[in-house]
Structures are given as C-alpha cells and as structure tokens.
Design a protein around this ligand. Structure first.
Ligand SMILES: [Zn+2]
Length: 254
C-alpha cells in the first residue's frame, strides 16, 4: 500500500503511515468520477488523510497496534465518501485491511481471491436471525495455521441486507453473530448512546472475540476520539485533548 507522508499541520506531529484501503478506494473513485463529491454540511476544508475538518484533524491520534486479525470491508460507494464512515477507522487500526465497493452485477476477483486465501479464516459478521442456524456461530475459533478475517458489510442496514442476499460468494462463509449479551455489555462499558453499534464498534467486539484485545481497545478509544473530533468540528467547539478518550488513546500511539 502507498506510504503517505503528512504535511505538518499545527499541533500535528509529522507522521508517515500507510494509506488505508478505504482511502485508496476513495481516491480511485474520485479520479473516476466526473463530478466532484461534495460532503454535505460544512464547507470548511477537510484533512485529506483523516477526512475531519482541518481544525480538528485526527491524524496524530492514529493508533499503532499489532493485530492477528484481518478485516475486509464491503462498502457502498456512498459510504466510501462519507466523512462519518467508521470503516475507515478500522482500516487505520488494522494493518491487514481490505475494502471493496460492492456491485450487484460485477464480482471483484480480488475479493474472491482474498476470501479463498488459505492464510485467512473468514467470518462474515451478520445478525444470526437472518441465516440458517447451522451457519451461525457466536465464537471465533481459528485453525492454528490461519488468521481470522472479519468480513464486515459497511452500509446502511437496508443496503447490508441486500448485499448479503445478493452475494452468492458469501454462502460458504460462516456467520459470526454478536450475541445481545455481548452487545449490551459493550454498550455499558463504552456508554454508547445509539441503539445500534456502528461498524467500528462491531469490529472492536470481533477483535475481542478473536483474542486481539489490544486492537479491540485501541479501536474503541480511537472511535471515541474520532467522535469528539468529528462532532467538535461540526458544532465548531474546541477540542478537549485532555478528555478521558484522548488520554486512553495515548497509550496506543507510537
Ligand atoms: Zn488529518
């Protein structure tokens, strides 16, 4: 993956890191597109590397952790461009990150190759109630010679169901269903306000299940910090760099 050297923003330490797979998709799609994508809301310039409005740039808060798990994001084109998309955050944290734009009519051979790569043991993360019981598991048990690959559909719920139904290549992959008890424990711990977890929160739970505890915690903290930067920028509020989330995330920076 291409290396990105960050320009030095005020309050940003110069960092060199890999451009994540979602950023690569965005840049490819942007080049293909004839009309530029305009993010709704603020016209303030966004940082090209973290998508947050520059005054609230997140770049120096990107955690660095070792992960055994890999991640494969299946996205809609719209999601790739959304500044609020949280699949991006997962791809920032997990070194082995892959992202694909889903298409009903075309099958991406690279996706099929990834799913069939013998080093990976894929799990498709989806609610168990929509799938035949024999395909569903709530634990992650990985063959000693393999590493877990979490396939996450990063889209609205309506789109996710459609993607699930219309992608025959998922039929042979076991479904990892996060049980409600785990979800509510997570919500209590993180005091998540929303009824539904976002993709980054779901991924953090998957990493916990796979024993990738550090990755799970780093991603949860990173998501909290992202939310503070994103909402701070949106509401034009100053950043509180001493917030609990920032302090906790510091432990995962280089
Ligand atoms: Zn940035």
């Amino acid at each position: 993956m291409p290396l990105v050297s960050l320009p030095s923003y005020p309050s940003t330490t110069r960092t060199i890191f890999h451009k994540n797979s979602v950023a690569c998709l965005r840049d490819e799609r942007e080049e293909e597109s004839t009309k530029p994508y305009l993010a709704r809301g603020s016209r303030a310039p966004r940082c090209h590397y973290c998508r947050v409005i520059e005054s609230h740039c997140l770049c120096r808060w990107r955690p660095k952790v070792e992960t055994r798990s890999g991640v494969c994001l299946i996205m809609t084109k719209k999601e790739v461009f959304k500044p609020s998309n949280t699949g991006w955050l997962i791809a920032d944290v997990v070194q082995d990150n892959h992202a694909f734009v889903w298409s009903r009519t075309e099958v991406d051979e690279k996706l099929i190759a990834l799913l069939n790569d013998p080093q990976w043991q894929p799990y498709l993360v989806f609610p168990g109630e929509y799938v035949a019981a024999e395909r569903v598991t709530d634990t992650v048990t990985v063959d000693p010679n393999k590493r877990p690959l979490f396939v996450l559909i990063d889209a609205t719920w309506t789109e996710a169901r459609k993607i699930f139904r219309k992608s025959a290549y998922f039929d042979s992959i076991p479904i990892l269903s996060l049980i409600p008890e785990k979800l509510s424990r997570y919500k209590l711990r993180r005091s998540t306000r929303s009824e539904h977890l976002c993709t980054a929160e779901v991924a953090a739970l998957c990493f916990d299940l796979a024993g990738d505890i550090e990755a799970g915690s780093a991603l949860s903290c990173y998501f909290d910090v992202f939310s503070q930067h994103y909402l701070g920028a949106k509401n034009q509020l100053p950043l509180d760099l001493l917030s609990d989330a920032h302090q906790e995330l510091k432990g995962y920076l280089e």
